[in-house]
Design a protein around this ligand. Structure first.
Ligand code: FA5
Ligand code: MG
Length: 363
């Protein structure tokens, strides 16, 4: 459970039972599920010109997932506080970009990849440790993209923007307001992010950019240029189907599932909003405290009954210099009313589990 800080010595997998349970559930291919309906829309937009891969194992090597993509050795995304490791060389893919180089090496020049992705992350309505992404890649021979480096970059960016603006319009099939921002990824340069206006705010749809030439060269594609993008399907689907909480995608409740028909986009009608139950928890943190270990421990005990976890207070003791954190855990079921005694018991189990596994000292 605890972050494995020394991958080579005394390896302990940080993949928890509730994560293991999600592997192979196949929401992407489940007809009628909003994730499948969205996938079909994206797939139909890209049409026959793109090869589609949607059944790849989520187990990938750190080579595929990080090294091949020029992710620096000390980049935080490689850390076991962020990524689930099965063993020191194999992890659960944190992004579908993990498949870019294998298909480029096989000579694919236009392709999209759908997959379930896994990340150790915060807990709230738009973050879940399992989610889905679609990756897209397109490459050209240099000569077909322009005669100077500047021309080729401009050509690739223009095609990328055109393709992705078209995708957003196809997905939402309504008037939408988009904006491009600069971004950073180790594997693309320049890199961009696309946002859509949503309820008075901007919602991040995807990251993308011009593939770094070293990556293409390492795949045997000298004198080529291309773009890549990666988008989170849940965030798109939440907006498209009016789904307010990311946990709902995993619901087995017929009141959720039966609202959706294959290939139809309909607005979700909430069947209930049960009252939340808030519990605070304070503790002294050990030197090596990783907040994602805490989130994972809470999830492991409370499962989908935890809606969000917020850090509400922290301070450092002036004499001992120890750090104290106070978190507010919001418990709420999406399907039923939680009784107080049940939440009290959950909270007690969370406290016990955290104090035994994380080396924290409860206050
Ligand atoms: C990436 O994962 C890059 N691989 C995208 C990319 C591909 C860039 C190709 C350039 C070229 P990022 O970490 O921003 O980027 O995640 C992309 C999307 O995944 C986010 O916009 C979000 O929609 C989704 N996402 C990330 N973490 C979570 C999470 N915990 N829960 C739900 N969705 C998530
Ligand atoms: Mg991002």
């Amino acid at each position: 459970m605890r972050g494995l800080r020394h991958l080579s010595s005394g390896f302990v997998s940080n993949v928890t039972p509730s994560i293991e349970e999600k592997i192979g559930q196949g929401l992407l291919l489940q007809r009628g599920h909003p994730i499948n309906t969205l996938k079909m829309r994206i797939q139909s937009y890209f049409g026959d010109r793109y090869s589609v891969f949607d059944s790849l194992s989520p187990h990938v090597t750190t080579q595929q997932c990080f090294d091949d993509l020029l992710v620096p050795r000390d980049h935080v995304s490689r850390s076991p506080s962020d990524t689930f490791y099965v063993n020191p060389e194999v992890c659960l893919r944190p992004h579908t970009s993990a498949h870019q180089t294998e298909f480029l090496r096989r000579g694919e020049t236009n392709f999209i990849v759908f997959g379930d992705c896994y990340r150790r992350d915060e807990i709230d309505a738009s973050h879940y440790p399992v989610f889905h992404q679609v990756e897209g890649v397109r490459v050209w021979k240099q000569a077909d993209a322009g005669s100077s480096a500047e021309q080729r970059t401009a050509f690739v960016i223009e095609d990328l923007k055109h393709t992705l603006e078209g995708l957003a319009k196809e997905v939402f099939q309504s008037e939408i307001v988009l904006r491009w921002n600069e971004d950073y990824f180790p594997f693309t340069h320049p890199s961009l992010e696309l946002e859509v206006a949503h309820e008075g705010d901007w919602l991040e749809l995807l990251g993308c950019g011009v593939i770094r030439p070293e990556i293409l060269e390492n795949c045997g594609l000298q004198n080529h240029v291309g773009w890549a993008f990666g988008a989170g399907l849940e965030r798109l689907a939440m907006r498209l189907f009016n789904i307010p909480d990311i946990r709902l995608f995993w619901s087995q409740d017929p009141r959720f599932l039966e609202q959706f028909k294959p290939d139809e986009v309909t607005k979700f009608e909430p069947y209930s909003k049960y009252p939340p139950c808030l519990k605070d928890m304070s503790f002294w943190t050990p030197e090596s405290f990783e907040v994602n270990d805490f989130y994972a421990a809470v999830r492991e005990v409370a499962g989908d009954l935890v809606e969000k976890v917020d850090l509400i207070d922290q301070f450092q003791h002036p004499k001992t210099l120890r750090h104290s954190h106070c978190y507010r855990i919001t418990y709420r079921s999406m399907d039923r009313n939680l009784v107080n005694s049940e939440v009290d018991q959950l909270q007690e189990e969370v406290r016990e589990s955290c104090s035994s596994k994380l080396g924290i000292e409860l206050r």
